[in-house]
Design a protein around this ligand. Structure first.
Ligand code: ZN
Length: 427
């Protein structure tokens, strides 16, 4: 066995994982924020159709691509105890890539046996410098996949798609390995926060699921942010500046003062880490007459999140108090909640993933996600869904990369997870 593989199983899965991954990243599947239908872009349907063909070829049942762009397939279990088919476990990854970096015409490059140096990509002068990327520095001897430097790679989340495909194809061709019924879903539009929106949890019919949408090898995540979006509207009194004396109330100026009055040494994404939350202004559109500021607010703790909302409201009221003719409006919209609220009640779901990762010889890394996943909303919708690593890094950028060895390890974790659930679920 080559030294950098976690197991013989991973080594044997690697060629299939890599071949699938290199196929999938060439599909242009960026989602777009102003979506008017699901999926938001036609490239996702093209990849969906290709995945349907591959799932059928691998021998899965009930393979479909529905009208909203969700791909589904079933690998029947082989450990049923006669009273039924045993447990039904879901495996989920998203087909879209981020709209935040160029994502069309991806031309992947495999850099075999990484030597620990700077990787120079052929386009746009893009470099991957291990001095700035400690995770890359750890991958000496690995085969590293990158883009050509002018696009993202799409490991987020086509690494997850390839790992699930390779894992279930392996299980389908090894019926001697015990497995529960595995339900696969590939979802559209995760990157624009809509991956779970039209997910039919009831039809999926699994007791729990796992997204493969994490990053470094070993990551297992059962905690995400709780998230709201807040839109603050300030209405002033717009008067021609020539006649404005004592009359004009400038909404733009008030909005700028509100943003300036919010904490900037704490409670911002750039000054917080680990379990700390934040209030993050992301967009300002303003004239003298009307200003609108969009914020995202995040915390792991729902009570603290409510406090951040209250602080935003108080700050806006305090700043505008001197201008009684100004009008304030604050609209707060729920985005997703910390999945731990749901997962705490079913600890065996995360425990099974932990056991599968350990069975692959990897020490699990339990770090909360400073963001959300499809699993945050799926958990809320009744499908408990923690998140497992994929081996991809530097997501949403032209420096995105993935380790073939770590992708193979994730595919091997899929195979081990089936084994863990056939053991737990058959009793
Ligand atoms: Zn992702």
């Amino acid at each position: 066995m080559a030294a950098s593989y976690t197991s013989r199983l991973a080594e044997s899965l690697a060629p299939d994982v890599l071949a699938r991954f290199l196929r999938y990243v060439r599909f242009g599947t960026q989602s777009r924020r102003d979506r008017t239908s699901s999926p938001s872009t036609p490239g996702q349907l093209e990849l969906g159709r290709a995945l349907v063909a591959e799932l059928e070829e691998a021998g899965l049942d009930d393979v479909s691509l529905d009208e909203n762009g969700y791909v589904r397939g079933t690998l029947p279990g082989n450990t049923g105890n006669g009273s039924g088919e045993g447990e039904v476990i879901g495996l989920i990854a998203h087909m879209d890539t981020s709209p935040d970096a160029p994502g069309h015409g991806v031309q992947p490059i495999v850099h075999r046996a990484y030597d620990g140096g700077v990787i120079e990509l052929p386009r746009e002068g893009t470099v991957l410098d291990p001095a700035a990327m400690p995770e890359l520095a750890d991958k000496i001897g690995h085969d590293i996949v990158t883009s050509s430097g002018d696009t993202l790679l799409g490991a987020d989340d086509k690494a997850g798609v390839a790992e699930i495909m390779a894992g279930v194809a392996y299980l389908a061709s090894h019926p001697e390995l015990p497995r529960p019924t595995l339900r696969v879903a590939f979802t559209p539009d995760e990157e624009i926060g809509e991956g779970a929106t039209l997910f039919d949890v009831e039809r999926f019919g699994a007791r729990c699921a796992y997204t493969l949408d994490g990053s470094d090898i070993g990551e297992l995540q059962d905690e995400t942010f709780s998230a709201v979006e807040a839109i603050l509207t300030v209405r002033g009194v717009d008067v021609h500046p020539g006649q404005a004396t004592g009359k004009l109330v400038n909404a733009l100026r008030l909005a700028a003062q509100i943003v300036a009055a919010l904490p900037s040494d704490t409670l911002t994404p750039e000054t917080t880490a680990d379990r700390e939350g934040f209030i993050h202004p992301i967009e300002l559109t303003a004239t003298a007459g009307k200003a609108e500021v969009r914020f995202i607010l995040r915390d792991f703790d729902d009570d603290l999140l409510a406090r951040h909302i209250a602080l935003l409201e108080e700050t806006a009221e305090r700043v505008t108090a001197a201008q009684p003719r100004a009008r304030l409006e604050l609209e707060v919209r729920d985005q997703y909640h910390n999945m731990q609220r749901v997962l705490r009640a079913v600890p065996n779901v995360t425990d099974a993933a932990e056991a599968a990762i350990r069975a692959e010889g990897i020490e699990p890394i339990r770090r909360p996600i400073r963001g959300g996943t499809d699993g945050s909303r799926l958990s809320e919708m009744g499908l408990p869904t923690p998140n497992i690593f994929t081996g991809g890094h530097e997501y949403h950028s032209v420096r995105e990369w993935a380790s073939v060895q770590d992708m193979a390890a994730a595919a091997a974790v899929v195979v081990r997870l089936a084994e863990v659930w056939s053991r737990d679920g058959d009793g």
